[in-house]
Design a protein around this ligand. Structure first.
Ligand code: ARG
Length: 567
């Protein structure tokens, strides 16, 4: 279904035909007093033509054919054209959305194939909150892109190869606790790594022993390879539990190790083609004509012959191009890796990689002290503990509200609320801002939170449970009360909002829309009786309630958040 914005833009384009070559943009009006939609096209054009914007606006309006959609367009301020939707049009529009499978969201014009690289935790290293944000944001982008009709391959680029394994294997051989490995593998591997790391710092002998283990692993020593394999397997099992709790799925989880065999060939190719050159014993790619990267070459082989993070990323890129021929590859990785991706993308360009590469960074999660979030003992927060606590806290909430509910049901609802709260707290923030992690705020039933939205959904569903007798969608919506009109207009904006999430990768646009929708619904529900109203108003209001619930449910689902039927 085409959005109203794009219908209006088409009409404007027709009006401009012959006056100017310009792409008109229509936006949702910021202040409902001046109309529902607006365009600044006359102002943009006036700048281009050094003409009077209000005069141009008048000229455009004269040629604009929107009689069936809008009241007479008005000119405001420096030359805005304001458009107010006619009630008759709105009624039809809401009815169309009501019976549309995608609830008014248009399918993407051109279907793209996208490889989405996100999450990427490292085996035997502490998982930091950056991995949590990447997981939550990446999953939402995958959901939205798929919903819009794109073909998405999600690939978890696990850090399953690296110098940490010398220490881990040394620790494994000396101190491993089988019991802990069975129940908390990630934590246990991190403990082994940290202990070896600390000892190696103090004791040259240990440092050398760790290095020997690493060299043995790299040269294929069967014992060390078997230990490494076991580490990856155990960690992946625990990660999978987390992903399943988070309702996040990957098509592939090809870790860094999957590309080991390609590194030497790739590097040789880069050297032979002159893309890479030797510098002080190492092999580098220089970006001499790029002012930002001029003195920041990408290092692809160290002087000792070892390969690097960037080398692996280039081999990964080459593999992805061969296997999927994607139009775009999206990397959801924390802002500190900006330089790394600038360099990787720079080399990719020289290699002639023909896909749009997008680095999608994000800010940090802060503790209540506004410093990077850590546990009380100063360690990185374990995802496992975080999700556990979220569910515990949500369970206390559910228990307080529904003491008589069966335990199993309480737990299920607590999971939906707790995990939803953590995700929403993240997704409702502008991607690049650092935000403060606050249990009380994210679990509150008031304000811009998941529980607030879930509760709005549950309240609407409960209206339908109280309904005795059948209910049928109305032949025509009745939109008379101002609160009905506002709600209908808000419902119509869903289709305009969802595609915007991908414009600049901003899930918070959708989150904020859902929050506004829930608020608009509450105003409507206070002003307009539903079950007690007479027909045909009653059916029309029930349909507005039903559509609101469906949009809340779908919108939250696109954010990877589930809704309970009770709470
Ligand atoms: N394992 C990396 C880290 O922890 C993240 C991987 C991101 N993806 C990539 N293709 N480099 O920093």
């Amino acid at each position: 279904m085409q959005t109203l914005i794009s219908i209006l833009e088409t009409k404007l384009r027709a009006a401009l035909n012959g006056i100017a070559q310009i792409e008109p943009q229509v936006t949702i009006a910021t202040d409902a007093r001046f109309g529902d939609y607006q365009t600044n096209v006359a102002m943009v054009l006036a700048k281009q033509q050094r003409a009077n914007p209000r005069q141009l606006a008048t000229q455009i309006i004269e040629r604009l054919d929107v009689d069936d959609i809008c009241e007479n367009p008005e000119i405001a301020g420096a030359g805005f054209i304001n458009l107010r939707i006619k009630n008759d049009f709105l009624k039809k529009r809401v009815a169309d959305i009501f019976s549309d499978e995608m609830l008014g969201v248009p399918s993407a014009g051109r279907r793209k194939k996208i490889v989405l690289d996100f999450s990427g935790p490292n085996i035997a290293k502490p998982m930091h909150v950056g991995h949590i944000r990447s997981t939550i944001i990446g999953d939402t982008l995958a959901r939205v892109a798929r919903f819009l009709g794109h073909e998405v391959v999600t690939d978890n680029h696990l850090g399953d190869w690296g110098t940490q394994f010398g220490k881990v294997i040394y620790g494994w051989k000396n101190w491993r606790d089988e019991q802990a490995l069975a129940t908390h593998p990630v934590e246990e591997l991190v403990r082994l790594y940290k202990k070896a790391n600390a000892l190696a710092e103090a004791d040259e002998m240990v440092l050398r022993a760790c290095r020997d283990e690493l060299v043995k692993l790299q040269s294929g020593d069967p014992e060390n390879v078997a230990i490494w394999r076991k580490c990856v397997e155990l960690s992946w099992k625990e990660f999978e539990q987390m992903y399943s709790l988070l309702d996040v799925r990957f098509d592939e989880h090809l870790g860094e190790s999957a590309y080991n065999d390609r590194l030497a060939t790739l590097v040789a190719k880069l050297e032979k083609s002159g893309i890479a050159e030797e510098s002080e014993g190492a092999l580098c790619v220089f970006f001499r004509d790029n002012p930002v990267l001029a003195d920041k070459p990408a290092l692809i082989r160290k002087s000792d012959g070892g390969f690097l993070y960037a080398t692996t990323d280039l081999a990964t890129l080459e593999y992805r191009m061969e296997r999927w021929q994607p139009d775009e590859i999206w990397y959801v990785v924390g802002a500190p890796q900006a330089l790394h991706f600038d360099q990787v993308f720079g080399v990719a360009q020289k290699m002639g990689i023909d896909a749009k590469l997008r680095f999608i960074p994000f800010g940090s999660i802060l503790g209540e002290d506004r410093k990077l979030m850590k546990t009380r003992s100063g360690d990185n927060v374990q995802l496992r503990d975080l999700l556990e606590e979220a569910q515990q806290r949500a369970l206390a909430m559910v228990e307080q509200k529904n003491p008589a509910m069966p335990d199993e049901e309480k737990k299920q609802i607590a999971q939906i609320i707790g995990i939803g709260a953590v995700k929403y707290a993240d997704l409702s923030q502008a991607r690049m801002t650092d935000y403060v992690f606050s249990w009380d705020k994210m679990l509150s039933l008031q304000g811009n939170t998941a529980p607030y939205l879930q509760n709005a959904y549950v309240r609407i569903r409960s209206i339908f449970r109280k309904l005795d007798g059948d209910w049928k969608a109305p032949a025509e919506f009745v939109l008379a009360d101002p609160a009905e009109l506002s709600l209908a207009k808000k419902l119509m904006q869903f289709g305009e909002t969802v595609p915007q999430v991908l414009d600049d990768f901003r899930p918070n646009i959708l989150a904020n829309y859902l929050y506004e929708l829930a608020n608009t619904f509450h105003t409507f529900y206070e002003a307009c009786p539903v079950l007690k109203a007479d027909e045909p108003v009653r059916s029309s209001r029930l349909a507005l309630c039903d559509l609101t619930a469906r949009i809340l449910g779908l919108g939250l689902a696109l954010l990877g958040i589930r809704v309970p039927e009770k709470m």
